[in-house]
Design a protein. Structure first.
Length: 219
């Protein structure tokens, strides 16, 4: 049994849980998981038993409780300084934090119109969603962020800042949405999507999601 436990929503749908889980996975530390099915009568009660804010993901370390994806990133960065949660370069680290905060606070149209579901393919829904100007604007901004990060700091690897970092974890659920709904991407942006989806951690998460039995109507 590990001293680290992460409390998650079910993996098929919980984009915020994916972020926290990928961050914890990046540390290489052993951890336990508690998965709480979402959209069930007991969901709120079960989450509140772990987190007074009533949200997932939650990291529990003894009596300490850390919630919110950015707080989790900072906690893990301090506890595991060699894990590469944030880039080493000062400028890259500042930009990674900026774009992570933008993801954390924004992109409401993408969240509403193309919700995360790693177990389906629905190009038709993606096409309809992209016809909505707020969705198209969100997608354009995401792609612009990816392009800028890679152009400035990504030359050393496949990810936004070369090596995988918290910014990639923050955008990973959007990557899954772009894959699920066949959002058109070109050149380096398509390569970035494919690199994220091909990571062992993403493959592990998706396999676990496919094994779940809970289904939520996201129509």
């Amino acid at each position: 049994m590990s001293d680290l436990t992460i409390v998650l929503g079910n993996k098929r749908y919980s984009s915020w849980s994916l972020r926290g889980w990928l961050l914890l996975k990046q540390t290489g530390a052993a951890f336990d998981e508690i998965v709480i099915p979402l959209d069930q009568p007991q969901t709120k009660r079960d989450i509140l038993s772990h987190n007074p804010a009533g949200k997932v993901p939650v990291i529990k370390v003894g009596d300490a409780v850390v919630w919110d994806s950015l707080a989790i990133a900072e906690y893990l960065h301090e506890r595991f300084p060699e894990a590469g949660i944030w880039p080493k370069d000062t400028g890259a680290r500042a930009l990674a934090r900026c774009v992570s905060a933008e993801m954390h606070a924004g992109f409401a149209a993408v969240r509403a119109h193309i919700p995360m579901d790693v177990c389906i393919q629905d190009a038709a829904r993606g096409k309809r969603a992209l016809a909505e100007p707020p969705v198209a604007a969100d997608v354009d901004r995401v792609v612009a962020i990816w392009d800028d990060c890679q152009a400035r700091y990504g030359s050393g690897g496949n990810f936004l800042f070369g090596d995988w970092c918290a910014a990639d974890a923050m955008y990973a659920p959007v990557v899954t949405r772009f894959a699920t709904y066949a959002v058109p991407l070109q050149g380096p942006m398509a390569a970035y999507r494919d690199a994220v989806m091909a990571t062992p951690a993403m493959a592990e998460w998706i396999a676990a999601a496919q094994a779940e039995t809970w289904v939520i109507d996201q129509a």
